[in-house]
Design a protein around this ligand. Sequence first.
Ligand code: PMP
Length: 493
Amino acid sequence: MGVVKSLRLSVILAKSPKHQPRTVFKSGAVQVLCLSIMTTSETTQPLVPSSAPASAKSPTPQPTQASAADLAAFDADHIWHPYGPIPSPVAPKLVESAEGVNLHLADGHTLIDGMSSWWAACHGHSHPKLVAAAKKQATTMSHVMFGGLTHRPAIELAEKLLKLAGPGFDAIFYSDSGSVSVEVAIKMALQYQQAKGHPERTRLATWRGGYHGDTRAPMTVCDPEGGMHSLWTGQWTPQVFADKPPARGATEEERARYLAHFDSLIDDSVAGIIVEPVVQGAGGMRFHDHELLVGLRKLCDKHGILLIADEIATGFGRAGDLFTTQAAGIVPDIMCVGKALTGGFMSFAATLTTADVARTISSGPGGGIMHGPTFMGNPLACAVACAQLDLIAEGQWREDVPRIESRLRDQLQPLAGSDAVADVRVLGAIGVVEMQRPVDMGLATAAAVDAGVWLRPFGKLVYTMPPYISTNDEVDRICEAIAAIVAAEEKRR
Ligand code: PMP
């Protein structure tokens, strides 16, 4: 209750600029003041979200309009959001609950989650089978350390995931986020080369336009110029960057020329190649041909280096196939999965590798993989991931993804006729409208929300990855929202 009361106080203070700065949590005296203020009539409006413990709730099930706005204002002043400033000039929208394709906001709006909450909620929110798995596991054991201990959910998940990934994969490392799984993948490649007697192989080769996460090593292989991490350019030893891959539909000759270019950059300093296969996501939402992956596999074999496939966004059907590398007919040496691994239920990721890589690393100088996070192999996440993989195995997505793909294609393609639009592309359950210039985020968000849809454009890109369970009507509504953003941008020109 103390924290809740402090929160209420800070919200009250936050309403009044003369009470700046708003650091009420730091002062014991202010905590006391808080308790006295709590007795005043000003605090009778509930300021806690409905997800708070029952003891902290008012009898009213939903916060009022005003209280939701206050909470969002507190958030804007004190809580970091992705790539955002503090204070944030725009208060975030307060979500009270999410189920199926819908996000229910505190202001009474219901929005279709056109982003699957960043590729993650592939079966929609609060899927009953995932909820049941989490509940069951939570009553048994939510976490135990993974050093020296193991548990059934971790073993069951490894069996399922290695089987699904296909022949060639033999060992698995569990981590707490996609970025960490990429950190681990990069460590694997470097440790492998050390164990092979090549400590000079310390760099990674990749193509421009990529994105692999926000922790240090993944940032070094993100696009160094146009990407989110250009701020850090020059602060570490540069990796080896090939040009952006040719767009999907390239000729054989174009692909061969590109691969020859990539080949020419690989020298004795390179330990491996890391790419997002088939879909470059946050670095530009570009698609390329599966055949390029076959070419990269050959380059790796030729140079004795490892191929790392970051399938964090593409894995589990998003681009039309279970895994894009599988569809290309290749086996990478290392593969990262995350996001939809738990169906968006919680943060969790895994790095899969071959017996050769796992055993070579284990015979090398470190005697094992040099990574071991506290929450590695979290049983709750493993249990939910097992249930998610069961849904994937049931295979409904194999009908839904092509259905969504053709719906997106039919409805987004006409937008290419707008002067404000540079390109429209669709692959699997991913639809992208690239504008001629960066969109106005405020205008775009308002246009989408008015259409009852949650979208989060970035730069020139307006895009959607609908949950696989989206009905045709819901996909249509997402497309209408994208069309509304295009119309708003046309007016702005
Ligand atoms: N790799 C790719 C391809 C991604 O799209 C992302 C997330 N946007 C990451 C890695 C990082 O994953 P996380 O945000 O879970 O750390």
